[in-house]
Design a protein around this ligand. Structure first.
Ligand code: ACO
Length: 367
């Protein structure tokens, strides 16, 4: 049975930064309250022409470059997102087109902020089963478009960005070691975007009531999160046959420093085992774990052979954890440059549309 190794990583965040002081001019809040209650200092907010697909494609191309893999070698793209561009088409398909992954299946996975853990596990299991060899897992968000910028309970928390991993099959032991995925739909109302789906379409009345924005019971979500972060980390470690002492890093979902500190207490681990960067990005939902991991690998903190647990929670309610041994790029003779050639990819996408149009004109209409 092949092993599923994480061989590439990449991230992309929009340039514009929104600081706590900026927010204090928009709602009744202040830098000190936000830093003390959440740990967040600033977050990045997408420009008008940036979307989950464009940020996700940038992160994906960087991850492919690190893994030394061509987009056309990818068999499967799973995009975890809490801010999909449409109900359909899937954001994963938009990314597939942007990066020219012509042989890949592509779908979105909706599990709120736990989505990246779920997606990573699904991709790893597809590789472990032998049905695919190479997968791209992306977490990408422009949640700023679902934030009510007049609601101080939520608008201080979220930021935009994307992160991506490449997973590849190899007979060498290692890579993804175990995962747990859990849910409790009875808590669905604690964290939701009530309107915009088929139950409450985005009607004028729904928009007037602000139901298209994130609604959250912060205290309840906080209590739930502190409960599940340590327990699911332990479950993933048990399933991998590891103890907490055998892992070098924990990469938690970056929602609130107090939630991470509670997890550290629950696991009896020092905070320096936790990769934390939420002060600069806020909560980027599905993107937070791959962004934190990409930064830690790039800075040399996470190294090949290190064992780590990624752990997250989110709306649904959902939560999950995944244990892995860090691999890095597989040895290869060739050197590919997936980040180059974006003009060619755009031209190829355009050509496909033209060919589809011509085919439509030439094909006899079936009655
Ligand atoms: N600035 C100043 N004061 C504020 C602010 C603010 N931005 N927001 C709330 N307050 C006030 C409240 O009104 C309240 O005042 P009161 O005592 O007079 O009523 C007081 O501060 C305390 O409010 P709490 O809600 O109890 O504050 P808490 O310490 O719980 O912090 C927070 C709130 C930061 C939202 C916290 O509950 C939290 O992080 N919860 C988890 C949220 C989370 O992780 N969500 C994402 C999940 S992932 C996903 O799926 C998207």
């Amino acid at each position: 049975m092949p092993f599923a190794h994480i061989t590439g990583w990449g991230m992309s965040v929009p340039e514009p930064v929104l600081t706590n002081d900026d927010l204090s001019k928009m709602v009744d809040t202040n830098d000190q309250w936000i830093r003390e209650r959440t740990g967040i200092r600033e977050r990045h907010i997408a420009r008008e022409n940036q979307f989950p697909s464009t940020l996700g494609a940038e992160a994906a191309l960087k991850a492919l470059e690190v893994a030394n893999v061509q987009p056309t070698d990818v068999d499967l793209i799973i995009c975890a997102t809490s801010s999909p561009e449409h109900i359909f088409p899937a954001t994963a398909c938009l990314i597939q087109d942007l990066i020219g992954a012509d042989k890949a299946g592509a779908f979105d996975l909706s599990a709120a902020c736990s989505g990246f853990i779920y997606a990573l596990n699904m991709a790893a299991q597809s590789i472990r089963s032998g049905s695919i060899k190479t997968a791209l897992v992306i977490g990408t968000e422009t949640l700023s478009r679902f934030v009510n910028w007049k609601d101080r309970n939520t608008c201080i928390l979220f930021g935009d960005g994307a992160g991506a991993f490449v997973l590849q099959a190899s007979e060498r032991p290692g890579g993804v070691l175990s995962a747990v995925m859990r849910s409790d739909g009875s808590g669905g109302d604690l964290l939701s975007i009530p309107a915009g789906g088929s139950r409450h379409p985005a009607t004028e009345a729904a928009i007037h009531a602000g139901s298209q924005y994130i609604h959250m019971d912060g205290r309840e979500v906080f209590r739930f999160a502190t409960r599940v972060m340590a327990s699911s980390t332990k479950e993933a470690l048990d399933a991998a046959g590891l103890t907490v002492d055998q892992i070098q890093h924990i990469v938690p979902h970056q929602a609130n420093i107090r939630i991470i500190e509670a997890a550290a207490r629950g696991l009896k681990l020092p905070m320096d085992k936790f990769v934390v960067n939420l002060e600069r990005y806020g909560n980027t939902s599905t993107a937070s774990i791959p962004i934190a991991t990409a930064e830690a690998v790039t800075s040399g903190r996470i190294k090949p052979g290190d064992k780590l647990v990624m752990v997250g929670f989110g709306g649904g309610l959902t939560w999950g954890a995944l244990a892995a041994e860090w691999t890095g790029p597989l040895p290869s003779e060739r050197k590919v440059k997936p980040q180059k050639g974006s003009a060619l990819r755009r031209a190829r996408s355009f050509l496909r549309r033209v060919l589809r149009f011509i085919d439509g004109l030439l094909s006899p209409r079936e009655l």
